[in-house]
Design a protein around this ligand. Structure first.
Ligand SMILES: Nc1ncnc2c1ncn2[C@@H]1O[C@H](COP(=O)(O)OP(=O)(O)OP(=O)(O)O)[C@@H](O)[C@H]1O
Ligand SMILES: [Mg+2]
Length: 476
């Protein structure tokens, strides 16, 4: 059912003329506007409620400052969207405003068209957030203990096999694309097994250079090769009684494969350069995202080792095969973040979920996790909206975070950006950004230089060290 009530906007400014003209512009758009003449009055109005859809808040006021008021308002209602108004476009202000959770900010004197566009954007974001309001947690508390989320039948099968292999020492081979949770499953098998009180050592076979992997796994005797100045105890010996996770086993050299086979068959190892045979009792779990069957055919993976490892096979499904699990994983990630007190974001809008359902997730759960973490950093209310998503998912997180810089750079008070403040802002923007930031920054810089030379493109191009067509391209 469409919401027919007009959206409400509260203007907080100690300048009566400013309130008047802003209220007039906004009223023409059909908004229901109320006013407060100080930070204190504004905060009181928010406390009293009902909360307006959007607040325009002046930064510079006698008494309580805009930034202070913003902090109060956001502690009363973390979802309140606030647009800050300022006459001083410094990077510092931009950073502060966004840091304290402003939705956006606008420079005085106003361009009415900009005010109208910004108000529409804010009111829409408020509506999106309200629509996301019904989102209920789907995560079962048990999932947190386990760390593996999923209720799709394919995942239930995975859980069942994990349960079945924990009682014995059977060798398990976990396959699946990158980021599908292979290591998570290996860890879970170990935690539930009778070896849980002994070590779990993960060895990434792809990350260790071929000439070192044997020494890493089996140890070496002093003087056994150049650089072996002391004796070394290998992972298998260290892990006696425990569980070894051989990750990326498809990247293991044939010579090493032979030695692994020996451990599996005879339960013994020899240190590199040593003659002594050492008995070890380890359980092996292996994982790979390679097609081992094809490697066996191509003779790059030993067939006998393949059969030894592949006693029980767990195939991790790609995320795109279980899109129904996405909301649960999203919820899980957000709750993890908020329990670590890293964000106040607790949900995503239905539009975001729809985009997630359409995405193919080549990086699987790891990719989804990253998208959530990055978006939660730039989200302003308690919900991740489409605009907070990285560009590849249809969002505009980059332009969103570059906006304050653009505004600051085109400010009439040129020179107000100190090198430090610009640097600080850039660092923060880069940390939150995920798409190329250079174009946004270059454009802002070009505009600023152009303003400084009174719009003379020839001079501006010279100062920037680019050609005039290049300058025009930068300006867009
Ligand atoms: N089912 C799941 N529920 C919750 N988190 C998951 C799930 N699957 C994977 N993850 C998370 O995704 C990330 C990647 O998982 P993991 O390292 O186990 O994947 P992988 O299959 O070993 O990937 P790679 O092949 O790249 O090594 C981890 O942060 C993990 O916690
Ligand atoms: Mg892994």
């Amino acid at each position: 059912m469409p919401d027919t009530k007009p959206a409400t906007i509260l203007i907080i400014d100690d300048d009566a003329d400013m309130r008047y003209s802003l209220a007039r512009v906004l009223s023409t758009q059909g908004y229901k506007v109320s006013e407060a003449g100080s930070g204190e009055d504004g905060v009181a109005a928010v406390k009293k409620g009902p909360p307006p859809d959007l607040i325009f808040l002046d930064i510079r006021m006698g008494g309580m400052s805009g930034i202070e008021a913003l902090q109060h308002i956001r502690s009363i209602n973390a979802r309140q969207l606030v647009i800050l108004m300022t006459a001083f476009g410094t990077a510092q202000t931009a950073i502060e405003a966004m840091k304290y959770g402003a939705f956006d900010y606008i420079m005085k004197p106003f361009d009415p068209a900009k005010v109208i566009a910004l108000a529409a954007k804010g009111v829409q974001a408020h509506a999106d957030m309200r629509a996301a309001g019904d989102y209920q947690t789907t995560v079962n508390p048990d999932d947190y203990r386990e760390g593996i989320v999923g209720s799709a039948p394919v995942m239930q099968d995975v859980f069942k096999i994990i349960g079945q292999v924990t009682a014995s020492d059977v060798t398990v081979m976990i396959t699946g694309e990158s980021g599908t949770g292979k290591e998570l499953v290996a860890n879970s098998i170990w935690k539930h097994s009778h070896r849980a009180n002994k070590r779990f050592i993960a060895v990434n076979c792809a990350a260790i250079p071929e000439n070192l992997i044997e020494s890493e796994l089996f140890g070496h005797e002093k003087g056994s090769f150049t650089g072996a100045t002391t004796q070394r105890i290998g992972k298998f010996e260290l892990c006696d009684g425990g569980t070894i996770f051989l990750d990326e086993i498809g990247d293991m050299a044939l010579a090493t494969q032979t030695k692994i086979l020996r451990v599996l068959q005879q339960g013994e190892i020899q240190r590199v350069g040593g003659t002594e045979t050492i008995r070890v009792n380890v359980r092996i779990i292996a994982a790979t995202n390679k097609d081992l069957e094809a490697m066996v055919k191509a003779k790059t993976f030993r067939e006998d080792l393949y059969y030894r490892l592949n006693v029980v096979r767990i195939k991790m499904p790609p995320l795109r095969d279980r899109p129904g699990d996405i909301p649960q994983i999203v919820d899980y990630c957000l709750q993890k973040l908020s329990r670590e007190k890293k964000t106040r974001v607790t949900k995503v809008s239905p539009e975001v979920l729809a985009l997630f359902a359409k995405h193919t997730w080549p990086g699987n759960v790891r990719e989804l996790e990253n998208v959530i973490y990055r978006s939660a950093v730039v989200a302003q209310g308690d919900a991740i909206l489409v605009k907070d998503l990285p560009a590849e998912l249809g969002g505009s997180a980059i332009s969103q975070s570059a906006a304050p810089f653009e505004a600051a750079a085109s400010a009439p008070t040129a020179g107000a950006i100190t090198v430090e403040s610009a640097y600080d802002f850039l660092a923060k923007t880069l940390a939150a950004a995920d798409a190329p930031i250079i174009p946004a920054v270059s454009a802002a810089l070009a505009r600023r230089v152009l303003a400084a030379v009174d719009g003379n493109e020839t001079v501006a191009a010279k100062q920037l060290g680019v050609t005039k067509p290049a300058l025009k391209k930068l300006l867009g």
